[in-house]
Design a protein around this ligand. Structure first.
Ligand SMILES: O=C(O)CCC(=O)C(=O)O
Ligand SMILES: [Fe+2]
Length: 340
């Protein structure tokens, strides 16, 4: 008997039958031909001077819950270097990647989908998950040294994304006529940034298997670098799935549950998923801005009035709530929703 594959990549290479726990019900798998979403493109460099651009940002986050950010100060060549180190890492032999294997009771490291409940369907993806800020909390033992430029390139990307997150969070505040620091202050100086490298091997049954099952991000905001040519990400709007188009030089930014809570529902944390592909593998890199777990997250007072009642209670350590609800197969943000 051969050994049991530990990663989806090994499973895919075996070309055997797909284990039951990856198979969704007929109709719940991917619909690769979903119509494209008309997701707005926002010029980050204009957010401080153009009220039109700010308005575009606000309406994008109020409808789709996401936008494509361009003019963010990172060159297309640099973004391609990020994609390249991602591909190089996942294409190393398993023994090499195993050095960074996620330990029990840790969320960081390299591994397959985390099993949080027995009835859970597994995602057709392998991941490398790393905390990148605060810098003094980095666990370098999980940071690949192969390819050689991995650590320095990720560090450079971290610096850029940290400042882009702050620019976006401030613009989000101004677009709601709030003091520009209200999101960053509520989320705290010890907010965290996590990087999640996703690798989706080719899958022989895209009709039944999902790369990432439907979820909303339990974070403040997410900054996603998509594969430069393979689509797969889809967003749910009014109960219909739409595919996210690729703009190679853009970073796709979406609202997470905690920004939906602090904006009292003005910004939507969108449900999204990733479909699989029989012909081509895909990579992506999601960076999550996660509020300090010690901070109270609640709707800003200025966004509550008679016409717009408070929609969410105060939450703390939302990521824990997130995992408890996720196990029950419910949307975690329901835990914070008030009856109105
Ligand atoms: O791979 C993608 O495009 C999206 C991944 C995602 O939704 C996530 O990591 O939370
Ligand atoms: Fe996500």
């Amino acid at each position: 008997m051969g050994s049991v594959p530990r990663t989806v990549q090994e499973l895919a290479a075996k070309e055997e039958e797909i284990p039951q726990n990856y198979l969704h019900k007929e109709g719940d798998g991917g619909a690769p031909n979903a119509p494209p979403m008309d997701v707005p493109v926002v010029d980050i460099a204009l957010l401080s001077s153009s009220s039109e651009e700010l308005q575009k940002l606000c309406s994008a986050l109020n409808t789709w819950g996401c936008f494509q950010a361009i003019n963010h100060g990172m060159s297309p060549e640099f973004l391609n270097r990020i994609r390249e180190i991602t591909k190089q890492f996942f294409h190393l032999p398993f023994e090499e990647k195993q050095k960074y294997w996620r330990e029990d009771n840790d969320i960081e490291g390299y591994g397959n989908d985390m099993v949080l409940s027995e009835q859970q369907k597994l995602d057709w993806t392998d991941r490398l998950y790393l905390l990148i800020y605060p810098e003094d909390q980095r666990k370098l033992r999980f940071w690949p040294e192969n390819p050689r430029s991995f650590r320095s390139t990720l560090h450079e990307y971290s610096l850029k994304l940290k400042s882009i997150s702050v620019v976006v969070l401030k613009a989000m505040a101004r677009s709601l006529n709030l003091a520009e620091n209200c999101f960053v202050d509520q989320y705290g100086e010890r907010s965290k940034l996590y990087a999640r490298f996703n690798f989706y091997p080719k899958c022989p049954r895209p009709d039944l298997v999902l790369g990432t099952k439907p979820h909303a991000d339990g974070v403040g905001i997410t900054l996603l670098l998509q594969d430069e040519s393979v689509e797969g990400l889809q967003f749910l709007k009014d109960d219909k799935w739409y595919r996210a188009p690729i703009i190679p030089e853009a970073v796709l930014i979406n609202v997470g549950d905690q920004a939906e809570i602090s904006s009292n529902g003005m910004f939507k944390s969108p449900v999204h998923r990733v479909v699989t592909n029989a012909e081509r593998e895909r990579i992506s890199l999601a960076v999550f801005y996660v509020p300090d777990a010690e901070k109270d997250i609640e709707p800003f007072e200025e966004l509550i009035d008679d016409s717009r009642p408070r929609l969410y209670r105060k939450v703390k350590n939302y990521v824990d709530i997130y995992f408890q609800y996720y196990q029950k197969g419910r949307r975690p943000i329901e835990a914070a929703r008030l009856e109105v």
